[in-house]
Design a protein around this ligand. Structure first.
Ligand SMILES: Cc1ncc(C[n+]2csc(CCOP(=O)(O)OP(=O)(O)O)c2C)c(N)n1
Length: 307
């Protein structure tokens, strides 16, 4: 979780210093969801991700140097520098890709689950999506067929309270869990700031999917600490500074886990400080690798691009 947090802070710095083209949607605050879920997966299981995808990629095993290289448009990046923040895919770790189309991850994850079933493997697919995708019809077509065909897919809804600059209650009628229940898809709701809770629920739902008992829906209540994207700095008009400060002070998933580790005498301050130091130097080296890396040859502009 700390790796994701430090990665995102560095992405923000690269953006603010004009070194990163385009923009990025930071995952800070939501780390317990990606980590809690992905720690319950095998390397060959699938995930599909969203525009806010760095945390999912890292939790599934992507390396920070190739991630930074991709963000900076370099040839050593995951998509040879042509995808950028919102399109990172890593087949080696089962990551079928981030997706800038809200709701798009549902179709890909459900298709991957269908392929697992048809080929007789026991792989499962995780569909990460924000609550904004609850407004997309594709999700319901997918949940319907996944339920009828008992596909091994888990729909992980990260409700961070806002679809871009709008509170989710202004776009989402009724109870979220009822939408899964309508398709006879089992739903569990968890505190998305508690990595142990997310992990426990994920293990149950993933093992159930592996036993061919069908799809499920994991509703994670969470919060993003930064704006919708790195450029969304002036945001008091849609959410108050006080609300942000309260979540950061009381509901930070990393601090919640650190307190628990201390209470249960599993790690003391010195261990946590050492982990932070090691991660900081890994991130620093990865940024330097990406800054020094070469851009793709302009003659390759139409290679690996699909239309
Ligand atoms: C099909 C589609 N419609 C609209 C957009 C523009 N858009 C980008 S992010 C976003 C809101 C996403 O909210 P949510 O799914 O809750 O994810 P979050 O940003 O909160 O992680 C919208 C509407 C888009 N990318 N794709």
């Amino acid at each position: 979780m700390l790796m994701i947090r430090l990665f995102e802070e560095e992405v923000n710095r690269l953006y603010l210093s004009g070194k990163m083209p385009g923009l990025a949607h930071l995952y800070s605050g939501q780390e317990a969801v990606a980590v809690g879920v992905c720690e319950a997966l095998r390397r060959d299981d699938y995930i599909t991700s969203t525009h806010r995808g760095h945390g999912h990629c890292l939790a599934k095993g992507a390396s920070v140097d190739r991630m930074f290289a991709e963000l900076l448009g370099k040839a050593s990046g995951y998509c040879r520098g042509k995808g950028g923040s919102m399109h990172i895919a890593d087949p080696d770790t089962g990551n079928l890709g981030a997706n800038a189309i809200v709701g798009g991850s549902a179709g890909i994850a459900t298709g991957a689950a269908l392929s697992a079933k048809m080929t007789g493997s026991d792989r499962v697919a995780i569909c990460f999506f924000g609550e904004g995708a609850l407004g997309q019809g594709l999700l319901y077509e997918c949940m319907n067929i996944a339920s009828l065909w008992k596909l091994p897919v888990i729909y992980v809804c990260e409700n961070n309270l806002y679809n871009e600059y709008t509170r989710y209650q202004e776009t989402t009628a009724g109870e979220i869990a009822a939408r899964a229940a309508a398709f006879d898809v089992l739903c569990e709701t968890v505190d998305g700031q508690d990595v142990i809770a997310v992990h426990g629920a994920s293990r149950r739902l993933i093992e159930r999917a592996r036993r061919a008992e069908g799809p499920s829906f994991l509703l994670c209540n969470t919060y993003r600490f930064y704006g919708h994207h790195v450029g969304d700095v002036d945001r008091a008009y849609y959410r108050s500074k006080q609300e942000e400060q309260q979540w950061k002070a009381e509901r930070d998933p990393i601090a919640i886990l650190a307190r628990r580790l201390g209470r249960e005498k599993l790690a003391d301050e010195a261990v946590l400080a050492r982990i932070e130091k090691e991660l900081k130097s890994e991130i620093e080296a990865a940024v330097q690798f990406a800054l020094d890396a070469a851009y793709p040859d302009p003659r390759e502009v139409d290679h690996d691009v699909y239309a």
